[in-house]
Design a protein around this ligand. Structure first.
Ligand code: SF4
Length: 341
């Protein structure tokens, strides 16, 4: 248990004999003021000291490495957890918003062939508090620059829907406790169909991004091994039910790999899936990883692929890659730091 594993009732349990408003002050201090227990000037000094020493309120994350890129617009942090596992968090600053990309697992069991995290294997699920604290750290860093953190994407290490209950508990806390609008949260999945089905039933306006990367089973099973368990037809059907039931925005992520999934046939196949679902397609030129020899599509090939989708009536954007020079593709900083999971 760490400090962001507790809701208001849990914090009240840590304050026996104190009036109820103390728990509310502590809750407000941790989640809204983004403060440490010993910084809470609304609390009496002895209580502050007591809380700062409580193991239940210890931080979950210890900074192990920090790198800055894109002329200061991107920060990538490597955090060590209590058991030595490491996770990555990336803060991305844009002209009108700030987004944090959080990890939901230490490592990942999905083994996508082009992904540094997948190449490193699975460590463990993250707890709610370990996820929420990544958001708090980013929000605090943004606030120190006079900015507000307003978007959270679950696109760091791990498959969020494989850690469903803890991720959803973190999502609720980010929305209710920290106060970031659910519509500004995006959960990303490589196609965990039972998770998509469950998410469709949640009373939460979060966005769903499905990392497709290929729109035929033969290629997709090579890039995303989970496709053998949940082939494209089942993913597509789950997406259709999700859209029908929630009327929420659905997007497809497509990491463009030169000569692998950036051909005209790929655009045809992708358009055939995306258009009926009114899905938005995000193209991301692949960041190179040491364990995968293919390279990202050239700028010209990215433009051509985007235009092909556009001509086929697909809503498409090219996402600028962030932090290439600091190994910002998921899992690369952990790999380069030689950190075990
Ligand atoms: S791309 Fe995502 S789901 Fe696939 S191995 Fe990497 S972290 Fe896991």
């Amino acid at each position: 248990m760490s400090r962001y594993d507790h809701d208001l009732d849990g914090l009240a349990d840590l304050l026996p004999g104190e009036p109820a408003f103390r728990a509310r002050q502590l809750h407000d201090g941790l989640y809204r003021q983004l403060a440490q227990p010993d910084e809470l000037s609304t609390l009496p000094v002895p209580l502050r000291r007591h809380l700062a020493a409580l193991p239940e309120l210890a931080p979950a994350l210890e900074l192990a490495d920090a790198r800055r890129a894109d002329d200061g617009a991107t920060d990538k942090w490597l955090f060590r957890l209590h058991d030595g596992a490491v996770v990555e968090t990336v803060l991305m600053r844009y002209p009108r918003r700030a987004t944090v990309c959080v990890s939901s697992q230490a490592g990942c069991a999905m083994a996508c062939s082009f992904c540094a995290t997948g190449q490193g294997g699975f460590g463990r699920h993250l707890q709610r508090g370990e996820i929420v604290e990544q958001v708090v750290r980013a929000a605090r860093a943004a606030r120190e620059e006079g900015r507000r953190l307003d978007h959270v994407v679950f696109m760091g290490m791990g498959e969020p829907l494989a850690n469903y209950d803890r991720v959803l508990a973190a999502v609720r806390s980010i929305v209710v406790d920290i106060g970031i609008g659910a519509r500004n949260l995006t959960l990303s999945t490589v196609g965990v169909v039972p998770g998509i089905e469950r998410l469709a039933g949640e009373p939460l306006q979060v966005s769903l991004a499905v990392s497709l990367h290929a729109a035929n089973d033969e290629l997709r099973s090579r890039l995303v091994p989970l496709n053998r368990r949940y082939p494209l037809d089942t993913v597509r059907a789950a997406c259709a039910r999700y859209v029908e039931r929630t009327h929420r925005r659905l997007s497809f992520e497509w990491a463009l790999i030169a000569g692998v999934n950036d051909r005209t046939d790929d655009a045809d196949e992708l358009a055939a899936i995306a258009r009926p679902l009114h899905a938005h397609v995000n193209l991301i030129p692949l960041n190179p990883t040491p364990g995968y020899l293919a390279v990202g599509s050239s700028a010209a090939a990215v433009r051509r692929f985007r235009d092909e989708l556009d001509r086929r009536g697909v809503n498409v954007t090219v996402r600028a890659t962030r932090g290439r020079d600091i190994a910002a593709a998921c899992g690369q900083l952990a790999g380069s730091a030689g950190a075990g999971r």
